[in-house]
Design a protein around this ligand. Structure first.
Ligand code: SAM
Length: 353
């Protein structure tokens, strides 16, 4: 998934650096989990995994990829819905459900009404986040998932798995250049293809894994893990406005929206890690109060917390080291003044208590 700070392409390298520094264990907490790329990687390595993120869209992914260990069977649902054109005997139950959802009639609901040019033609600038067809497809699929859940045809697990499929799918059809803070004024070719819901893959590590959807700071007193991994925002840009529409599709809570982009309110979802002073203060609370053997923090050489202050603070609590390597920046950041800077480093702060 396209997501600022997604570590999918560098998580292996991060792990290698951790091993070179003698960092190992049995439990791993992905404290700012986003797409769950890091949590998934360590789940695959056999760790007991804990994950958290303040975004609900991330929670849907965490439930499906991290907490869930099973290939869902959809027994109740498949006993009442009829799926045409079954391809083969080996088709998974999830494939049947997704195929069914891809065939249901469109619904002209919240997404169509607020984020497609047809639905918003009364506005001075009609919104072009999704084509009319895809906006109505998203409404149909999202409402159907909710209806099945309310009718007790889906287990909680199956419900989040279908939401995760939808969260993963929409970014392939959104008419945005990376983030949802703005839509493009011309149609991207992928945005005008008919939306087809995609399935996801499942992972079983044979362990109980735990996921959360709260402000990470509220979990600090409860943590007791071998490796506490932090990947907080590194600049002032809050995540919610950048992914407001995916969040709204995941929650489907008919929020009050405003402005040219139809943004949902995020006043009480602001991250302290987007403010240098508060970030350093909260990092100190984590370093001093959480129980862990190793704290590993991914950061960026252009991050708002200065390196010398991070090092000075962390070294009060144990042995500290910083490793760094070059890394291409996220595409939509690649504008403006900082474009002239030559190299950006991905940094790894390591604290051994
Ligand atoms: C750099 S991204 C993490 C990316 C993730 N490692 C990945 O590979 O996709 C930072 C994440 O922190 C979350 N976040 C920011 N402040 C938070 C807080 N106080 N509590 C929980 N999550 C927070 C954001 O929603 C965002 O998903």
């Amino acid at each position: 998934m396209r997501y600022i700070g997604n570590k999918e392409n560098i998580v292996e390298k991060i792990h290698r650096i951790m091993l070179e520094n003698g960092i190992d264990g049995e439990s791993f907490f992905d404290f700012f989990s986003g797409t769950t790329s890091v949590a998934k990687y360590f789940k695959e390595k056999g760790y007991t995994v804990f994950a958290n993120d303040v975004m609900y869209m991330s929670y849907c992914l965490q439930k499906a990829y991290i907490e869930n260990n099973e290939e869902p069977q959809f027994e109740k649902l498949l006993s009442v819905i009829k799926v045409e054109n079954v391809q083969s005997l080996f088709t998974r139950p999830i494939d049947l459900v997704v195929e069914y959802l891809n065939g249901i009639p469109s619904v002209y609901g919240f997404i169509y009404t607020n984020y497609t040019p047809e639905g918003t033609k009364h506005l001075e600038k009609p919104r072009m986040y999704f084509s009319a067809e895809n906006g109505a497809r998203i409404d149909a699929i999202r409402q159907q998932i909710e209806k099945w859940f309310n009718e007790d045809l889906l287990s909680e697990n199956e419900y989040y798995i279908l939401l995760a499929c939808l969260v993963e799918t929409v970014s392939f059809y959104a008419n945005v250049a990376g983030v949802y803070a703005a839509y493009q004024k011309q149609w991207d070719p992928r945005a005008i293809k008919r939306l087809e819901l995609r399935t996801i893959q499942f992972l079983n590590n044979g362990k109980c894994n735990y996921v959360h959807n709260v402000d990470s700071m509220s979990l600090v007193p409860k943590i007791d893990v071998d490796i506490l991994y932090l990947d907080p925002p590194y600049n002032e840009r809050q995540y919610l406005p950048n992914y407001h529409l995916v969040e709204t599709i995941a929650k489907y809570d008919n929020p009050q929206i405003h402005g040219v982009t139809g943004m949902r309110d995020y006043e009480n979802k602001k991250s302290s890690f987007c403010n240098a002073k508060k970030a350093l203060a909260d990092l100190e609370v984590i370093a001093s109060e959480a129980k862990f053997k190793y704290l590993v923090m991914s950061y960026n050489s252009e991050g708002i917390m200065p390196q010398n202050e991070i090092l000075a603070m962390l070294s009060k609590y144990g042995e500290v080291k910083v490793e760094q390597f070059e890394y291409a920046r996220f595409k939509s950041n690649n504008k403006g003044a900082s474009k002239t800077k030559r190299t950006v480093y991905e940094q790894l702060y390591i604290l051994k208590k």
